[in-house]
Every structure is written in C-alpha cells, then in structure tokens.
Design a protein around this ligand. Sequence first.
Ligand code: ZN
Length: 510
Amino acid sequence: MKTLAMLEPLTTRLLEIQRINSAASVLSWDQETYMPAGGGEARAEQIAVLQGIAHEKLVSPDVQSLLSQWVDPATGQAAEQPGETWDEPSRSLLREVWRDFSRAKKLPSDFVVKLSRECSLAQQVWAEARTKNTFTRFLPNLTTVLQLKREEAQYLGYHDSPYNALLDVYEPGATIANLRPVFAALKARLVPLLKKITQSRIQIDDGVLRHSYDQARQLEFGRLVLAAMGYDFERGRLDLSAHPFTTSFHPTDVRVTTRIHEHELQSCLFSCIHEGGHGLYDQGLDQRYFGTPLGDSVSLGIHESQSRLWENCVGRSRPFWRFFYPILQQTFQNQLRGVDVERFYAAINCVKPSLIRVEADELTYNLHIMLRFEIEQDLVEGKTKPEDLPAIWNHKMEDYLGIVPPSDAEGVLQDVHWSFGAFGYFPTYTLGNLYSVQFFEMAKLEIPNLDDEIAAGQLLSLRRWLEQKIHRWGRMFTPAHLAERVTGSTLNPEPFLTYVEKKYGELYQL
Ligand code: ZN
C-alpha cells in the first residue's frame, strides 16, 4: 500500500503555496478590519502579486510532472496498478490536487490577471453605485465581468450549461440538474407557508430588539457565546468589520468578525454565532494536513452548514435561550426587564418578507437565494441581458416575497457577489441551510440529551461531534459523500422543510 509519505515532494510544494495564500489572506483580513481607506489600491496590488505567485507555483512544470506520475489524467483519480494501490488519504489528496491543478491550468494567466483586475474595479464601482442608488453606473462593469465569467466557463468546459462550470467552483459536484428539484421542492412548500404566516392572527412584535443596546456590552456578550461554543481565543480573534466574515491562515489562527448596531440587538449576536460556526470548522481542520486539500474545508455549502447550524438550529432555539437569556437579561437590565424568554424567542424568530437577504429570517432566506439562482443562471446562459436586471429582480421579488424594492440599492444592487464575479456562489447559502438541519437532526440522534446539554449552556459535545464527523476530514470526501457518511443521505430538503413547518407552525399557530 502506497502512503502519503511517498507524496512528500508534492506536499512540500503545496505547503509553500498555502503559505503564500495565507499571507494574502492576512492582507485581506487587514483590509476589511484595520487598513485605512487610502490603502485600498496598493493593497489590491499586493494581494494580486501574491495570488499570481501562488497560481504560477501551482501550474508549474514541477507540480505537473509530479502529478503525472501519480494521477490518471483521463479519470482524475490516483493511478493504480494491480498490487500497487494507494491508501485512502493519498487517493483523496491526489484527486483533489488534480482538481485544483487542472482547473488552474485551463485558465491562461493573462486571463486570470484580467479577470482579477476587472473584478476589483467592478467591486469599487458597485459600492459607489449602491450608495448612489444608480444601477446604470454599475452596468458597464457588470457587463464586462459577466462576459469574462462566461469566457471562464468556456475555458473550464461544462456539460449542459456554462453555469455548471461556475457552480462547481464553490460546490464540487453541484449542477443545475441536481439543484433545480431542490429549489422546486422549497418553493412549493415555503411560498404557501409564508402566505399562511403573513395571514396568521398571531403577529409577533420584535420591537424589543430595537431598543438602545450598549455596543461594548453587545460585543462582550457575543464573545461569551463564542467561548461557550468552544471557539478558541488562543487560536482566534474577534474584530469588527462592515460585513462579518471568517478567515483562516492556519488552524492555529482563525479570525472572525462581527458588526454592531446600537438599535439592532440581533445583528451582532447572530453574526457572532454564525461566524463562530465558520470559525469552529476552520479551527477543527486537521493541522497535520495543513497545506494539502485534506487540511482544507470541503465546500462553501458545507462551510455554511456549520454557521447556519449554530446560528439557527442552536442560536434560535428555546434550549439555547433557556441558559443564555438570563445572562442577556442581566447584561441589559433596563431593556429586557419584563420581557420573558418566550417573548424574546418569538422576537428572534419573527418571519417577515423583507428586501435585504442578509437580514432575512431563516424561512424567507431561501426565497432570496432562489431568485438569485434563477437570475444568474439566465445571465450566464445569455438568456437575460444585464440591463434588464432591475425589472426582472423586482418582478421576482413580488412573485416570491410579495414585496417590491422601492430602490435598486435595496434590490438588485444589494449584494457584492456579482461585482467580483461570484456567479454560482449564492446557491451554497441554501445548501448550507439544508445541510445544517440534516446534520443537526443526526447530532440529536447521536448525542444523548443534546437539548438538555444546550439548555445547560454546555455546547462542547456538539462542537466535538461536528469536529469528529465533519471538520477533521477536510476534503477527504466529496461534499455529497461526506453528507452521506454523516447522515445516511445526500442533500435532502425534507428535514429542513419539516423543521420550519413545525417551528413556525407552532409559533404562528397555523
Ligand atoms: Zn456564512
């Protein structure tokens, strides 16, 4: 049996590439947290240089000749002769390195540079267009980026639709053909459920979340919850940024960020828990494999499942607040005096069709994603022209959520993703929502009395379970295979639908 030790010439090179990428990530983290605004252009160049070097090292003749000894290019799998097989980690490592290498190799380096520049430019123009609420300002840049992404799909190759080539970047194995029935199932049950909720005689008042809450105390509470989740502050930090995110330079240095709004208690709270879920994944990766795909997260969908599991299945549950609400009440005595835990639980689970995706409740969130999934697919396939986007966006908003944005800033311009070319990224949010419930249901079966533990503020059994079942495996298995190993089933919308129907059926007495 051939083992990982034999791949050392390759893993040494991969480690070097990873260190360059980690350095670029430190620069990006700094850009989002502490860099003065004036540093933007210089920083973009610094990061581009590092990314260029990393790309060149990956597609080097050196790496190519090593891979050609060990991988069968026809199948993309480890080459094996009778009596000479690889162990499972080596087989997975070779499959995944080949995937990264062959993708990178298909893109000409002048194309990579051009795409990077145009995206960086478009992102700046998008920010301005959103502030000024002028879609036409952004239109030329969007058109250019879209054209380049369509070109990228041609370079990469695809079956059925160029959109499939882009989807696969974020979620290996995802295709329109396997996502469409999932979204259809969601739409068929979520749209009527939402209608029943909006017509329910129960109206939840979430005004309590909008009192004035001291920002430093909000942050302190977020930190307390992160620590309870098992987020290790010896190997991580919590900072502030305009958009909360998580980044990792190594499992021993994983950064999360949050934002604080004085009059929106839920914002800092749930972004801490959400990013904490991402952070635990990155801290839970196996250090021995750092630099190789076995030490890397498997997909954006699975990553998002970790954040959504903590944010929704745990953080918006009754057991969680049975323990944490008295602490929160103690922290904000004036604001929460006389508000019982049941009223608070209802407030953080209030369902309301809203304009902005990132503020959506866990039920309507997927409708926001479905709309983007349909639109970006048509854009990449050339069925929709960028100039028609605002009208199409508003039409679909009315269709799915029953509301029409009064401005493009609150409509088609709200998300940054398309400006930096991330077509195919949005569906991974919904995959994360669906996987999160699949995983949590399994955790409840396998951890005795999990609800009681959570209600006692003990969250570490859950963290350990996730680490053992998901985090430590890196990219050993494909996302679908991992889900099957953990839950006995690949992606399945049913557990999520049952969960929301039960939760909201009870809350709104449907
Ligand atoms: Zn996330």
